[in-house]
Design a protein around this ligand. Structure first.
Ligand SMILES: [Zn+2]
Ligand SMILES: [Zn+2]
Length: 348
């Protein structure tokens, strides 16, 4: 089969590799129809996170059809159109039962194989999905592949970020970072009742998208902080949603929030240090919430709202490529060429 395989920093290539097969009795094999490229794939692509094997299949966002199941798989059948969160989970442990599916002790992240250990990603014609009963979910007929893909990661993560911010009507909120997850976070925050949302991003096209969703978009910096403070009797925002994962964004989030506010962070930080100190946190009575999104839990919460049209997210997958053109897909997506916000590989 053909797959988008990691070769080296900034080098992903389409390779012919061996098809996956059932290894454990709870595995399923999925024939992929659509596989997303995600901002966190770029951590591997740019070498911000290192250690993955050459020829590892990239990606953790996928939708497809089940073509084989192990003997212990009971909830999912051959022929089902399914979607998945970016990590597997058993569906039946303390964490899975309490909505923290991303911390299932048996779970694995798609698209991370180190010294032969781990799970290949979904940017390939076929993918092995362990713990299929807990992980996979059948896509309702009215939900498109693109929407299902976003439910498995970007939309769930954006919604989680907004929900952690404990939005109150009338409050002032700031979204730092307006990539796909940030934009979906803005939609979610509005759904949860936020009316005053500031969106900070250096990229003009992203600010235009944020404005279209009802946010006031500004370039990040001192002027934005002054503007937001001037609209809140010089207090600052009641909550900040940080979706970037870099020190500058974290510092900005700190500076723009009021004392007693909530900082909700789904940006995937790769450095071991905070951009603000414990003293700074104390001096602002800051609540800091962060972590990997329990996407399997949110797939259950949000799919109905996509199926009934409350959220129209389909168009966020703005560019599609064949797997043969995966190198170009990474180039276009990582460099935001042609204003590309979200790219996916489409399989025939
Ligand atoms: Zn992702
Ligand atoms: Zn579990």
């Amino acid at each position: 089969m053909k797959a988008a395989c990691f070769q080296d920093i900034q080098k992903v290539a389409c390779k012919e590799i061996v098809n996956p097969t059932i290894i454990e009795p709870h595995d399923a094999i999925v024939k992929v129809s659509l596989a997303g490229l995600c901002g966190s794939d770029l951590h591997v692509y740019y070498g911000r996170e290192t250690g993955v094997d050459v020829d590892m299949v990239m990606g953790h966002e996928l939708v497809g059809t089940v073509v084989d199941v192990g003997q212990d798989v009971k909830q999912i059948s051959i022929g089902d159109r399914v979607y998945t969160p970016f990590t597997t989970n058993c569906g039946d442990c303390f964490y899975c039962n309490s909505g923290m599916t991303c911390r299932c002790p048996s779970g694995q992240l798609f698209g991370w194989v180190e010294n032969g250990i781990g799970l290949h990603g979904g940017q390939s014609e076929f993918v092995r999905v362990p713990l299929a009963d807990g992980t996979l979910k059948v896509v309702p007929e009215s939900v498109s592949d693109a929407s299902a893909l976003l439910l498995g990661d970007n939309f769930s993560t954006g919604y989680y970020c907004a929900e952690m911010c404990e939005i109150e009507p009338g409050g002032t909120y700031v979204v730092v970072g307006c990539g796909t997850v940030g934009l979906l976070c803005i939609m979610s925050a509005r759904h949860l009742g936020a009316t005053n949302i500031y969106a900070l991003d250096p990229v003009p096209e992203r600010r235009a998208e944020a404005e279209a969703l009802g946010a006031i978009a500004l370039p990040p910096g001192e002027a934005a902080i002054r503007e937001i403070k001037s609209k809140t009797e010089n207090r600052g925002a009641d909550g900040v949603m940080e979706l970037v994962g870099l020190p500058d964004a974290q510092k900005l989030a700190y500076d723009v929030m009021r004392p007693g506010g909530i900082m909700s962070v789904v940006g995937c930080h790769c450095t071991p240090h905070f951009a603000f100190s414990p003293i700074d946190a104390f001096d602002k009575n800051l609540t800091y919430k962060t972590g990997r999104c329990p996407a399997r839990y949110y797939m259950d919460q949000l799919t109905g709202l996509v199926a009934d049209g409350t959220f129209e997210i389909d168009s966020f997958v703005s560019k599609r490529f064949g797997v043969e053109d995966c190198a170009e897909a990474y180039d276009v997506f990582s460099n935001r060429k042609d204003g590309c916000l979200k790219a996916a590989l489409e399989f025939g």
